[in-house]
Design a protein around this ligand. Structure first.
Ligand code: GDP
Ligand code: MN
Length: 387
């Protein structure tokens, strides 16, 4: 630990030097950990498992990018760096990315935090909101990540329960080969009081930005129709008639009407089911795209990150729903993962020898069958429809 490492300077030169000598065929990926100095022990517990299960093998050895809103201590740097075969880089989150946008009334924000302290998880926390806004809108622009194309987000005190040997279990290689942008293991249902205005705010963005929404998107998988019978009737009406090629101009109008309703009607609601982002493997180009930036800027120009408590997980999921096709998200079914009391364990018999978990754990706790089962079923249905 030389004097160069003292102080809040990002390890940019080290990261760039590593990338300059990066193997041609290897995904330009890093393990991304946002943490406080006080998170060191939990970080080590996570990192040791990830190293043992996956990252220490020569085909992996992806570097670690540690980010913090305060300068990392010399102890954190030295201990974290010594825990991995691959190098560790440390960066400071720019203050402008860990703060309020100018239109937020910070007095009102503080009052709303006190009011929600007991009413939702982290309701009273200002730093949690900065963290959620950071993962929603800024992490992908950190200078340390420049030159990287992929990240795997890891948190303190998570568990990786399965060996991931060789390149076949490398999520970056899998996603690169299959043109995918976002990977997940667990689907969670959001606490409704944290996001009352998120979906209406997104609807306004959808209505104003149809050019950013991709054809064959996954919006149908995240939306509930409070009047399903009516939409069925319209679809049936649109099915009548038609020539041999299948096209009938009479279809165009009902379809357009359905899309406009989707974008504006209160009849359609976000289900609240989202990819749990404490595990996340992603393609940085997705977040750096014009569509994602437009979406985040629209959300950030509203007030929900601070007057409510919008999480980065539903934000990422809703962005993916509008900007990706179902084939571009990847259920990382071979990665055993646990965060808090929620876990995912691969369920094929062939997985058992490389895992220290049991698929029966997936049902524990049983609180949220709607998202665990329904959302995955919906995604699979969309994926099949695309084939
Ligand atoms: P939970 O998983 O929703 O309960 O939230 P966590 O407390 O695990 O926080 C999510 C991630 O953000 C973890 O990687 C934390 O280490 C990190 N994090 C949360 N708050 C802060 C903060 O104030 N500063 C820093 N540097 N990291 C934070
Ligand atoms: Mn966590």
């Amino acid at each position: 630990v030389g004097p160069r490492r003292l102080g809040p300077v990002d390890d940019l030169a080290d990261a760039r030097a590593l990338l300059a000598a990066w193997p041609e065929d290897k995904p330009r990926a890093c393990i991304l950990i946002l943490a406080r100095n006080s998170d060191l022990d939990g970080v080590l517990r996570s990192v040791k498992q990830l190293e043992r299960r996956f990252n220490a093998q020569p085909s992996a050895q992806y570097p670690y990018c540690y980010l913090n809103d305060e300068p990392f201590s010399n102890e954190f740097r030295a201990v974290a760096a010594a825990a991995t075969v691959a190098p560790a880089f440390f960066g400071l989150v720019p203050a402008a990315h860990w703060s309020y946008p100018p239109h937020i009334n910070t007095t009102l924000a503080a009052e709303l935090r006190s009011a929600s302290r007991r009413r939702m998880p982290y309701g009273g926390s200002e730093s949690y909101r900065f963290m959620c806004r950071y993962f929603s809108g800024f992490f992908f622009d950190h200078p340390l990540l420049e030159g990287f194309e992929w990240y795997w987000r890891v948190e303190p005190d998570v568990h990786f329960m399965c060996d991931l040997p060789g390149i076949t279990h490398d999520p970056f290689r899998h996603m690169q080969a299959n043109n995918q942008s976002l990977a997940w293991t667990i689907v969670m249902e959001e606490v409704p009081s944290t996001i009352p205005s998120l979906w209406p705010t997104m609807q306004r963005w959808l209505a104003a930005n149809p050019h950013h929404v991709v054809a064959g998107n996954m919006l149908p998988a995240v939306i509930e129709d409070s009047d399903a019978a009516q939409i069925g009737d319209e679809a049936a009406a649109a099915e009548e008639g038609g020539d041999a090629a299948g096209y009938d101009s009479r279809h165009a109008l009902p379809l357009l009407r359905l899309q406009q309703q989707l974008y504006s009607s209160s009849r359609f609601k976000f289900t609240g089911c989202h990819f749990w982002s404490n595990f996340e493997v992603g393609r940085l180009a997705f977040f750096r795209s014009a569509g994602y930036r437009s979406f985040f800027q629209h959300l950030d120009s509203d007030t929900g990150f601070f007057y409510e408590r919008w999480g980065d997980a539903p934000v990422h999921t809703l962005a993916a729903a509008a900007l990706l096709t179902p084939e571009q998200v990847y259920f990382a079914r071979d990665i055993g993962y646990k965060h808090g009391s929620w876990s995912y364990c691969p369920s094929q018999p062939a997985d058992r020898p490389r895992c220290d978990c049991h698929p029966a754990w997936n049902a524990v706790p049983l609180a949220q069958p709607r998202c665990q089962l329904d959302f995955r079923t919906r995604l699979h249905a969309l994926q099949r429809a695309e084939e």
